[in-house]
Ligand binder design. Structure first.
Ligand SMILES: Cc1cc2nc3c(=O)[nH]c(=O)nc-3n(C[C@H](O)[C@H](O)[C@H](O)COP(=O)(O)OP(=O)(O)OC[C@H]3O[C@@H](n4cnc5c(N)ncnc54)[C@H](O)[C@@H]3O)c2cc1C
Ligand code: SF4
Ligand code: SF4
Ligand code: SF4
Length: 453
């Protein structure tokens, strides 16, 4: 009997740092050959057990790290950075508890609670934090309002949301799925191999996503707050003191420490995974509804925030209308162009093109959707920054230990702070010269010209 030829598993994708930790490979492997492990750099990567793997190739085929399969290719928009938008809103959950406990406006949770209460779904797949020592993200299949409220707020770390997806088949009714763009990519790839799954997902609620941070960022923030082990981290708590909110650490002894929001921003580039640099889909174009922060929008509640809502499909539209009728949310319509501008999609495009060019220079494996996006590459004049960022993210695992990495980041931040103190007077002089030229000198020069004309 002829043996099937050996097919690829995801090992090469992982070693090329193209994995986004979505969980699709774990879900599709019938041999139970895939487990997740955390690397020194804090990446959460699948590891294939060579003894169990039969090289069927399924995990490789569903991996959105490098593939967009039929389902996604057929939905690909002419403008992949924006996708199809039917209408756009900004608003909040009407229920005070949901709103106060949320990341932005609580719209995600208002959707889920409405669908659960009206018995349209049996459960919702959401992200929570394990609240034991060294907290990490985890997937929860929530079947109650209490669990949904516990799942609120953004966890800016990798969580393999699709790892539990097969469990939706045990429920009588469909489920709602909440995820980042890369989770939606993996889910769509799975639909190609398992059509039954599609009928089990009532709605795909997508979050806007610029990046996650590797799990090492959790340890860094924890150690910045206390010498004690920590048992929870809230990345952004809008109650401390107001929107968008500061990181909050809960130490082992129950102490609550509020960190400065600027620290979360300062460490972003130190813990950004490679795959996030290569990701084009900030606006979650394959979801039914996309939710994000109300960046750049006018008249926003500055104290407690609101959610930006993009309705993308008929399913999203119908459910949104029903929730509005139920008065579970309060929203106002906005021009979708303002939302796109507020999310800096043009900058995202330029950055993405630059990172892809740099990736090519590093001669790494290219995902197939680079071609699908049909973007005309323009030569980048100075792509040193992009090469440097990618090389840094690739090198996160080259440290000898987590502690060595965290020390490196601490020292680098100190150096940056010293440099900015040194550069501050120069910065002031630069600003003064600019002010002088634009406000005082140019108008005089131009008015002189006007008079001459
Ligand atoms: C990693 C990440 C990056 C983001 N980047 C941006 C951005 O650049 N710009 C922007 O405008 N908005 C961004 N958002 C979205 C924003 O932070 C809010 O999640 C969104 O506005 C919805 O808020 P809400 O109050 O309606 O949600 P809530 O009612 O607070 O509910 C939050 C929901 O998000 C889910 N969730 C949290 N973390 C994750 C995760 N890691 N993976 C999957 N699901 C998760 C929870 O399960 C919960 O259902 C990001 C979110 C995440 C998780
Ligand atoms: S190739 Fe098949 S058996 Fe091997 S890890 Fe992938 S899905 Fe599992
Ligand atoms: S991107 Fe998803 S499917 Fe691909 S290797 Fe990573 S976890 Fe597995
Ligand atoms: S930036 Fe892209 S790859 Fe990274 S977490 Fe967000 S959706 Fe996933």
């Amino acid at each position: 009997m002829a043996l099937n030829p050996k097919k690829n598993n995801v090992s090469k994708i992982v070693s090329d740092y193209l994995c986004n930790s979505c969980g699709a490979c774990y879900a599709v492997c019938k041999q139970g050959a895939i487990k997740y492990h955390e690397t020194i750099g804090g990446y959460l990567f699948p590891k294939v057990d060579g003894k169990k793997c039969i090289f069927c190739g399924l995990c490789y085929e569903v991996c959105p790290g490098i593939h967009f399969n039929k389902c996604m290719v057929s939905q690909m928009s002419d403008n992949p950075f924006v996708g199809k938008i039917l209408s756009c809103y900004v608003g909040r959950a009407s229920n005070k508890e949901i709103f106060n406990n949320s990341q932005s406006g609580g719209i995600v949770t208002a959707f889920l609670i409405y669908l659960l209460k009206t018995r349209q779904i049996s459960a919702a797949i959401v992200a929570t934090m394990q609240t034991n020592i060294s907290p990490r993200g985890q997937v929860t299949i929530a079947t109650s309002v209490e669990e949904l409220i516990k799942s609120q707020k953004s966890k800016y770390i990798p969580i393999p949301m699709l790892s539990v997806i097969n469990q939706v088949k045990k429920f009588e009714k469909p489920v709602a799925f909440v995820g980042l763009p890369c989770h939606m990519h993996g889910l769509n790839n799975l639909f190609d191999f398992d059509p039954e799954l599609k009928s089990k997902i009532l709605i795909k609620i997508g979050l806007v996503c610029d990046r996650v941070l590797t799990n090492a960022a959790v340890d860094f923030l924890g150690q910045s707050a206390t010498n004690l082990p920590i048992k929870n981290l809230i990345f952004r708590d809008k109650q401390c003191p107001n929107y968008p909110g500061n990181p909050v650490i809960i130490a082992e002894n129950g102490d609550k420490i509020i960190l400065n929001a600027s620290l979360r921003m300062a460490i972003k580039n130190f813990f950004t995974p490679v795959r996030c640099r290569l990701c084009f889909d900030k606006l979650n174009i394959f979801s039914d509804v996309t939710l994000g922060d109300p960046h750049g929008l006018e008249g926003i509640n500055r104290k407690l925030g609101e959610s930006m809502i993009m309705i993308r499909t008929k399913t999203g539209h119908n459910i949104f209308d029903a929730i509005l009728d139920d008065e579970a949310i309060a929203v106002r319509q906005i021009d979708y162009q303002n939302a796109i501008t507020g999310q800096h999609i043009n900058d995202k495009k330029i950055q993405w093109i630059s990172y892809i060019e740099a990736w090519k220079q590093l001669e790494r494996q290219n995902p197939n959707f680079f071609k699908l996006l049909k973007i005309n590459f323009s030569p980048i004049l100075n792509n040193k920054k992009y090469l440097r960022d990618l090389s840094y993210s690739l090198a996160l695992d080259n440290f000898n230990s987590r502690e060595e990495l965290l020390n490196y980041v601490r020292m680098a931040l100190k150096r940056k702070k010293k440099l900015s103190l040194f550069c501050f007077p120069l910065h002031l002089i630069k600003r003064f010269v600019k002010f002088f030229l634009t406000v005082l000198w140019y108008p005089q020069k131009n008015s002189g010209r006007d008079n001459a004309n």
